[in-house]
Design a protein around this ligand. Structure first.
Ligand SMILES: Nc1ncnc2c1ncn2[C@@H]1O[C@H](COP(=O)(O)OP(=O)(O)OP(=O)(O)O)[C@@H](O)[C@H]1O
Length: 338
């Protein structure tokens, strides 16, 4: 098990990671997300032993690193996958994967599993970005690391390729049975691929939990907004029910037990209906998403909420609509901001 406790990292006098605590079970994939410059890559580099740590401890059982007790990268049994693939251009796919490998039979296993058989004797320059990343992953896993760090492995690839490859990478990591920390800029990727998600802001973990919990019960408004479309409506919260101008819903207090609150609304919690009477809002903007449309509605009470409707529903800015809340799951509520 990889465990990190009270890890802080400074660049000079600048603290970029503060008091990070996490532990990874066998086969667990932790997705690390956060705004640019929040310290994601710095954490990976510290875990790999590429930069010194200022405080705390990284412990894999086999080794333990502290500010005074350094463990070089080659002794950490860590596999790294980067966005730029880092393959040797003069070696073939097979030679890249087998580089410094004692047991080349393991390489065959990953060549087959990652669909690289046909490219075995090709040089990296003749491969697509997605194929190169498969080679990089096969090389990493063939070395049987104790944990894997992935730094935006899909960021150089186009959207269609990303979607397939992220699942192939996840499946390969699960087959290898190694824990992994995967840094991404893509919130959707984090929520769909991760067993757990860690959301960082300015070097501090804001929440580390299952994707479902982070999305539906964010620890604060920053996490709520970072993980997806979020709007807030004022309400009164009492005995597990939040009462708002557009309906009463089951609710859970994140930072309060009752009183004046802001209720977190995801677009799927808000039902939008076009009708002649009973309208309570005006459509401000509409974004076509393919199978659906995301609509922002300014309510009569002057709050703006978003709702997702089927692509078959044609809505236009300026349309008068009726919106209400419909959820059976509790919505997150936060103490009202003054
Ligand atoms: N070698 C360095 N020397 C000094 N400061 C650095 C160094 N590397 C990174 N930083 C700073 O540390 C902070 C964290 O950087 P880091 O690259 O870890 O962020 P990140 O979350 O990975 O960002 P991005 O999403 O843009 O890749 C930033 O403010 C960055 O400017």
């Amino acid at each position: 098990m990889l465990s990190v406790s009270q890890l802080s990292i400074d660049y000079g006098t600048n603290r970029v990671v503060s008091e990070l605590n996490l532990s990874l079970e066998k086969s667990e994939i932790l997705m690390l997300v956060g705004p640019t410059g929040c310290g994601k890559s710095t954490i990976l580099q510290a875990l790999a032993g590429l930069i010194p740590i200022t405080e705390g401890e990284i412990n894999l059982g086999k080794w333990r690193a502290t500010p005074k007790l350094t463990v070089p990268p080659e002794k950490r049994s860590v596999g790294m996958v980067f966005q730029d693939f880092a393959l040797f251009p003069h070696l073939t796919v097979e030679q890249n994967i087998c580089f410094r490998l004692k047991d080349t039979a393991v390489a065959d296993h990953w060549i087959t599993l990652l669909g690289l058989e046909a490219f075995r004797n090709k040089k990296p320059s003749t491969l697509s970005g997605g194929q190169k990343q498969r080679v990089a992953l096969a090389r990493t896993l063939a070395h049987q690391p104790d944990f894997v760090l992935l730094d935006e492995p899909l960021s150089n690839l186009d959207a269609a390729l990303k979607d397939m490859l992220r699942w192939d990478i996840r499946n390969a990591l699960k087959k290898a049975g190694v824990p992994a920390i995967w840094v991404t800029h893509d919130q959707e990727e984090a929520l769909s691929i991760g067993d757990r998600v860690g959301i960082l802001q300015a070097g501090k973990i804001q929440q580390l939990d299952t994707p479902e919990h982070c999305f539906s019960m964010p620890s604060n408004r920053f996490v709520a907004r970072f993980l997806g479309e979020a709007s807030f409506i004022q309400g009164q919260f009492n005995q597990g029910i939040a009462r708002t101008d557009i309906g009463n819903v089951p609710a859970h207090g994140v930072d309060c037990e009752h009183g004046d609150v802001d209720v977190l609304l995801r677009p799927d919690d808000v039902v939008l209906v076009q009708g002649e009477t009973g309208n309570n809002g005006v459509v401000v903007w509409v974004r076509f998403e393919g199978g659906s449309r995301l609509c922002a509605v300014e309510l009569d009470c002057k709050t703006q909420v978003t709702s997702r409707v089927s692509h078959e529903v044609v809505v236009n800015p300026g349309d008068k609509v009726h919106v209400s809340l419909s959820t059976s799951h509790p919505l997150a509520v936060y103490k009202r901001e003054q």
